[in-house]
Design a protein around this ligand. Sequence first.
Ligand code: SF4
Length: 736
Amino acid sequence: VAMLFGRHTKNPIRIADKEVASWTYTTCGYCSTGCAIEVGKNAQGQVVASRGVGGADVNRGKLCLKGMFEHELFEAPGRGSEPLLRRHRGAAFAPIAWDAALDHMAAEIRRIQGQYGRDAFAVVSTGQILTEEFYTLGKLTRGLIGTNNYDGNTTLCMASAVSGYKRSFGADGPPGCYEDFEHTHCLIAWGSNLPEQHPIIYWRLKEALEKRKFPLIVVDPRVTMFAQFADIHLPIRPGTDVVLQNALMHVILAEELEDADYIAANTTGLDDLRAEVANWDPTTAAAVCGIDEDRIRLVARLYAKAPAAMHIWTMGINQSTHGSDGVVGLNNLALLTGNIGKPGGTALSITGQCNAMGTREWSSCSGLPGYRALENPEHRAEIGAFWNVDPEFFPKKRGLFQTDIFPAIETGQIKGLWLVATNPLTSMPNTARIRKTLEQLEFLVVQDAYADMESNQYAHLYLPAAVWAEKEGTFTNTERRVNLVRQVTPPRAGCKSDLDIFNELAKRFDPDARVRFPERPAEVFEEMTQLARGRPCDLSGMDHDLIERQRGIQWPFTREQRAGGEIPPAGGVRLYTTLRSFHHPEGRAKLIPLPFVDNNERPDAQYPFWLNTGRLVEHFHTRTRTGKVGNNNKFSPIPFAEINPDAAAELGIRHQEYVRCVSRRGDALAMAMLTPRVPRDMVFIPFHFFDCVNRLTLGLLDPHSRQPAFKQAAVRLERVADQGAAARLCVEARKY
Ligand code: SF4
């Protein structure tokens, strides 16, 4: 059979065949796992192979499908090669020289700010560029351009985790690490399909489970790959995580399974929390969240009685109207049982993008660098003095989140927008609305490695950026590990690194060089270490070379630790390991009651299915990269809709036929994949594909984090009569 269908040998790809002459250390630029990777060049200097780094603690030599072919990115189609300018909407792009392009950009920003006010120009950044670039963009935006409407696309993925950590612990920062798998006695995964989303973190977990068995509990409305591997699967009703959490806490407190000493020493708010969870006995909760009441009791006992227990979660918690509350609920459970800051006891958010953490720590999106707040006068003064910027120039509170910037464009409050390595036309909910919004802009700049990314259709100016390891700098991963991206190859001809673009633009706003903008990434990092001292994310003991030697270092790692001869990772394996070390007054964490309000769009007679969205192992975000890498795209070339076979039979839909999904926002075509992974009343569609699932999503916002509820909307399904036309639209109309 193997001979007939193409596989002539068991392992047809052999690195030895690539004739690699040299390897360069770097860090994977896709997901937040943070795998250390080496990229190989042949004797002619061509980039030909990728392999995992054996001595790196994160991945121990392994890579997933994306990392294995990451070297193919550099020559992928669709890369930009020169700046492009569109003189007016509807005109074709024409090439423009770099200097003229940046002069034009600076002039347009000044025009818009002069005409409509400083905040009428907005900046939406990413979780993809290097930390040194984030820091520099923050300095440019906060210190020179001076708009307060500056945010990152991380609002679509991690904002609820940030908000929840801040509410519970007083500061952002995941308190645990991957090593916790080796110490825990019970793991509950909430809304995370780890084997597909973070395959190497899953491999770490699997290896820990093989060495020492402990209960693995997966909370997810779908029978995901992870749920299939679990000991207990809790198929929760979408959007009701907080109810299940309250019920678990109800059982823990009713059966006196809490850690009373830990609570008394380290927290505030127990009485209010107790009063709220009293309303959520398992019988009441089961009727709302759909989990059997005895199952709730069993899980509460397993979790609370374990000597150390942990939660992990991803978008199933975060992308909800209760996203921030869901994170607080997990923190509540951990605090009630004393499961913070000890080996195997933690609440660890699994981040999304390779450098979502770097933007949280250093981009100044939500404040000022090093987790400083605009609302804090001392922080404004400190950064003002360090940057040589009048602190009065800084806003006194944070501006709009990404998800509020687009409505502000609709209302005319914002007239100009700069997108840095983000693609809202594909990634934001309600594509039709975003399309109209982008059309309204007087000036849109797209800075991206790929000229063919969809949002560029609406750009007035396109700036071609270098990609991943065409640059040098650091990423921070899910477990706060700072790792190094070494430059493997120079930027593609005609492209500039994001750092160079920011530095060049800074000269247009600061011709006297009043504010220092270092040119080399290592110098920028050194500047950051000065601002990091004493901050929660203290990395003052690090430099690029040490980070590479150690294959990544977790923060905090201080200058004093380094001077004292401590070898990383002596610094920050875990946070909150000592008594009252939280960032709220007296070092106490907050137990916060979480009343539940059911505010989702729900299935009804007209739209009878829940719409659920998520990721695939082959692709990353909006496919600007993986859509062009052969082995990634080959395995997952078109959008599909998982439909329960019973529901499909009722509608006359057959396996692998094209179906039309319709919501109140729009419609989308996808290939039907009949599978019992989804319940009878649910459809799952991956989020990576342009003009697909986000034509349907509603995206109500979480009140704390402003993160959209991508995973809770209602749709109906229609069989498509003309399958040929649907195939042409679904397959042939796709560029990649
Ligand atoms: Fe890259 Fe994530 Fe895959 Fe590791 S698991 S190789 S970081 S995409």
